[in-house]
Design a protein around this ligand. Structure first.
Ligand code: FES
Ligand code: FES
Length: 157
């Protein structure tokens, strides 16, 4: 048995027949070949899979593709335009907010959701917001710095 799911992914209408048990993260990575969204755990803890669904950050491993039917989904691939990094991506680059980079797509998509609701987050607010995003490389300090710098840069655009 399969179900048809249709959604807008990064501004493009997509539709596919999938197993009803297909997770949104697998739909994005396998069906849509958008491998910037990562899978770092099987316990919904790491946040490497965060995307935006209807403008809100969601762990895409916790949602079925069928539940996103009709939704607007944005992944990390939607951010850079014509090779120009988004200000939040540029801030991570400038502030050494990554090492291996595995957690980075999820960190950035979470950070953008935070900045959407709070354009000038404090260090404490950023640390609280990132409770669902794990990084095993950086010690978080430069991630927090990057998000502060990214929020500032976005407010200047
Ligand atoms: S893959 Fe770890 S929270 Fe989704
Ligand atoms: S940069 Fe390696 S897990 Fe965060």
């Amino acid at each position: 048995m399969s179900v048809t799911v249709s959604m807008i992914v990064n501004g493009k209408s997509v539709s596919a027949e999938v197993d009803p048990r297909t997770l949104l993260v697998d739909f994005l990575r396998v069906d849509q070949r958008l491998t910037g969204t990562h899978v770092g755990c099987d316990t919904s803890q790491c946040g490497a899979c965060v995307v935006h669904v209807n403008g809100k950050s969601v762990k895409s491993c916790t949602m079925l593709a069928a539940q996103a039917d009709g939704a607007e989904v944005a992944t990390i691939e939607s951010l850079a335009i014509d090779g120009q990094l988004h200000p939040m991506q540029e801030a991570f680059r400038q502030n050494h907010g990554l090492q291996c980079g595995f957690c980075t797509p999820g960190m950035i998509m979470s950070a953008l959701d935070l900045v959407n609701v709070n354009s000038n987050p404090s260090e404490r607010e950023i640390r609280e917001w990132l409770e669902g995003n794990l990084c095993r490389c950086t010690g978080y300090h430069n991630i927090v710095k990057s998000i502060q710098a990214g929020a500032e840069a976005m407010s200047e655009v």
